[in-house]
Design a protein around this ligand. Structure first.
Ligand code: ADP
Length: 257
């Protein structure tokens, strides 16, 4: 998209020429459209659980509900409240990282230890689905320079996704590899996979392959965009390979410094 400003150059009432100023506003339009889409998405994502909560609360207030239904409705209200809390937490995290003051606290850390901490927290989830959680960590020659909390969030989001999108009895592998310049960790699963056409957009905020499934599993649609943003703040790279029905491999490559 181009806008053109034309200003005639005059001398003694006679036009001697024109100055054309061309502005390329494609980027600006794109940013505007993205911002609008983001606000619409946030509103929608917040309204959906609110509408559910409201309707169950109204039923409880104005109808006679027996004990069994009372419990069932309260459980739904509870899980929708949890989803809103997660959503607001994810949005705050993203907005903090968007702002000037990112407030990252870098320190030298053993990546293997950070991974083991997160895996210990998640092993119960995998166990509930009878999934095999394999951890294969190469001995690290050097410490990585990371914001530990943020990197924990990256590992948490990736392993949580692997657990969520892999059926019962599946397998999840977490691997580290170290070379001269990079520390790499890989989260691999043999779950449902991602269709090829969705892969290019998978790191966008609120992009999901299957909205209903993501919601059902408690997702916010922000997990991978948070991963990408944090990894890039560490000057690293994240990429994803996937095949429907076979599984997904996410690789995060971090420079040591
Ligand atoms: P969500 O909260 O929906 O899980 P994410 O940003 O973490 O959001 O992921 C975006 C979408 O990518 C998910 O909705 C899901 O469709 C797909 N996805 C992410 N990780 C995996 C995976 N390991 N296997 C299959 N699909 C995945």
């Amino acid at each position: 998209v181009l806008t053109v400003n034309i200003a005639p150059l005059k001398s003694n009432q006679q036009i001697e020429g024109y100055v054309y100023v061309l502005h390329d506003i494609t980027e600006q339009h794109k940013l505007d459209a993205m911002r609008k889409e983001f606000v619409a998405n946030v509103s929608h994502e917040l309204r959906t659980p609110l509408a559910t909560i409201k309707s169950y609360v109204e039923t409880l207030l104005y109808s006679d509900v027996d004990a069994e239904y009372l419990k069932r409705f309260l459980k739904i209200i509870d899980s929708e409240t949890d989803r809103m809390t997660r959503l607001v937490k994810d949005l705050l995290l993203l907005s903090k990282m968007d702002s000037e003051d990112k407030n990252l606290k870098f320190e030298h850390k053993n990546l293997n230890e950070v991974i083991i901490d997160v895996i210990n927290r998640l092993s119960i989830e995998a166990h509930k689905k009878n999934q095999k959680l394999i951890v294969d960590l190469q001995e690290t020659p050097r410490h990585v320079y990371i914001d530990k909390d943020k990197m924990e969030q990256v590992i948490l989001n990736l392993v949580t996704n692997a657990i969520k999108y892999t059926p019962e009895n599946g397998m999840i592998k977490v691997i580290t590899e170290y070379d001269e310049n990079f520390a790499t960790f890989i989260v691999e699963d043999n779950g449902i996979g991602i269709p090829k056409e969705d892969l290019p957009r998978i790191f966008e905020r609120f992009y999901r392959v299957d909205k209903a499934r993501s919601r059902e599993l408690g997702g916010t649609g922000l997990g991978l965009s948070i991963v990408k943003q944090i990894v890039e703040l560490h000057k690293g790279e994240v990429n994803i390979e996937s095949e429907v029905g076979k599984g997904t491999i996410v690789r995060v490559k971090l420079p040591y410094q």
